[in-house]
Design a protein around this ligand. Structure first.
Ligand code: DLZ
Length: 206
């Protein structure tokens, strides 16, 4: 038997149901570099969370310039303790940034009614890094991934690593579910499901 040209590696089946999904609040922070990939990844994550039972109004989408900014943006979103109205999924690229306006009155009134809980049960950090001809890729990729791990451990809020580190544009597009043929899979869907699973489990484990 000849070896497959592309082997999809992914998680095995998630839990069959998420009993507390309808009360979960999940944040997404995405970079704006490589938006051709970012947009479908964010949509994939949102769709998977809604399929698992998360309410659209409990999903907050924010953006930062590039992947380098993801750790700081994710940390700020978690620690600001603010809940904003959900961004429209079809208008993801126009989402306003919580980081730009420093929060607003609506956010504080919402968070006060939920004071006993953190603002977010999980946050997904989404970026797409594509290797170029300099060392930029290596520095940003490593710092970004290490930073996101640190934010998750330091804050105790599950942070889902939604960062593609691709050697070519084709790899990035395939993993964003864009295009045709073998190997096309939207990794954003896996990140959405992982966020729901980790949010539920970490809430249960305390
Ligand atoms: C500068 C840069 C480069 C070269 N490539 C990417 C990339 O492929 N993906 C990405 O998300 N961001 C990239 N950036 C931008 C940096 O992450 C960062 O936004 C800028 O250096 C400003 O701090």
């Amino acid at each position: 038997m000849s070896a497959p040209t592309y082997a999809f590696k992914g998680p095995s089946a998630p839990p069959s149901s998420f009993p507390t999904a309808s009360s979960l609040r999940i944040g997404i922070v995405h970079a704006r570099w490589n938006t051709e990939c970012i947009a479908p990844l964010v949509k994939g994550a949102v769709q998977a969370m809604k399929k698992a039972g998360v309410k659209e109004e409990n999903i907050v989408v924010e953006s930062v310039p590039g992947s380098w900014e993801l750790p700081a943006g994710t940390q700020r979103l978690i620690t600001a303790g603010q809940v904003q109205a959900s961004s429209n999924v079809d208008d993801l690229m126009g989402a306003t940034s919580l980081l730009d306006d420093g929060g607003n009155a609506d956010a504080s009134s919402q968070s006060s009614s939920k004071a006993s809980r953190a603002a977010f049960d999980a946050v997904i950090s989404i970026g797409v890094l594509i290797k170029g001809s300099t060392m930029h890729f290596e520095y940003i990729a490593q710092s970004c991934c290490e930073g996101l791990m640190r934010v998750g451990l330091d804050t105790g809020t599950p942070v889902i690593l939604g960062v593609l580190t691709c050697l070519t544009e084709e790899q990035a597009l395939q993993r964003s579910g864009v295009g045709e043929g073998a190997g096309v899979h939207n990794h954003g869907e896996d990140w959405g499901t992982a966020a729901v699973e980790m949010a539920e489990k970490c809430n249960r484990w305390g």
